[in-house]
Design a protein around this ligand. Structure first.
Ligand code: SAM
Length: 294
């Protein structure tokens, strides 16, 4: 076997003197079957360019390279980032020799939230697929940051805290629908792809996890300016989610009468509440507001 099981994960952590921290969301996968299931569900094929956030000890990374992917892995913890190439070399020596039939691995020691455009060409080689067991407390900001930063990213499969996953994949009118759902929908389609037992992690987390898949839209919904205005409206609407839009949007659009006029121009009911609007309706109001100032 060339993946990490429970004994290998614990032995590696002990050797590196790593005590998993909650602050960095360090719950490591110890089950090779789950790893192979994730790699299959992500549709990763030989030769795909994959970005992984938070490779940790390498549980998922080795599943991706085993499938022949070219993986760029971004890890914030310096000890883990330094060890991962050695782990990969020990477990899958064929990676080092290279060749068309095997994948490859590049590890970048960085905070995923601080990845910037200048890293892209040099280091990230235009990844097409995101596969990650994301650190729980920053999973949504990381997803938003990567989708914005990496236009080549076409699809992904991420493991996140269940509550967050259901929120990201929710549609208008459902009780989980919130600003993360509306913003995620800007970029494409999201759906729950499966649930994951707590027992496949070490240490066992206090929350359930789900797999969420996404497929990016073929064309962006709007320009950067339209996105910024749309997200400002989404933030304002959900900050006062029990209020009608004609009140909640005043902080961005101005007095109630103006909000009503802009909603009318956009074909949106100003007495609706935040959770009733799809992202395209927020965009329509944003466009009306931008047209009114130009
Ligand atoms: N992929 C590994 C696995 O499945 O076993 C580890 C997943 S663990 C849930 C999350 C990982 O993300 C940890 O290795 C942690 O150090 C790393 N991490 C936390 N915050 C990060 C950030 N802002 N940028 C990059 N990596 C981060």
């Amino acid at each position: 076997m060339n993946l990490l099981g429970p004994a290998e994960v614990r032995e590696l952590a002990a050797r590196l003197d790593v005590t998993p921290t909650k602050k960095l969301g360090q719950n490591f996968v110890i089950d090779p079957n789950t790893v192979r299931k994730i790699v299959r569900a992500a549709g990763v094929e030989r030769g795909d360019r994959v970005i992984e956030i938070g490779p940790g000890l390498g549980s998922l990374t080795l599943g991706l390279t085993e499938a022949g992917a070219h993986v760029t892995a971004i890890e914030i913890d310096g000890r883990l980032a330094a060890e991962l190439p050695r782990t990969a070399e020990a477990m899958q020596p064929e990676l080092v020799d290279g060749g068309p039939e095997v994948g490859s691995l590049r590890v970048v020691h960085s905070d995923a939230l601080e990845l910037a455009a200048e890293h892209l060409d040099a280091q990230l080689e235009r990844p097409e697929v995101l596969v990650a067991n994301l650190p729980y407390n920053v999973s949504v900001p990381i997803l938003m940051h990567l989708l914005e930063l990496i236009p080549s990213l076409r699809s992904g499969l991420v493991m996140v805290q269940a509550e967050v996953g259901y929120r990201v994949a929710a549609g208008p009118g459902s009780k989980e629908y919130g600003s993360p759902s509306a913003k995620a929908a800007w970029y494409g389609e999201w759906r729950i792809a499966g649930t994951v037992s707590r027992r496949i992690f070490w240490p066992v987390p206090g929350v359930d996890s789900v797999l969420v898949s996404f497929t990016r839209r073929d064309a962006p919904r709007g320009t950067d300016v339209e996105r910024a205005q749309t997200f400002a409206l989404v933030n304002a609407a959900f900050a006062q989610r029990r209020k009608m839009l004609r009140q909640a949007l005043q902080s961005v659009l101005g007095p109630a009468q103006r909000v009503v006029e802009l909603c009318a121009a956009a074909g949106v009911d100003p007495t609706a509440r935040a959770e009733q609007l799809a992202i395209d309706e927020y965009l329509a109001v944003a466009r009306a507001a931008l047209a009114a100032v130009t």
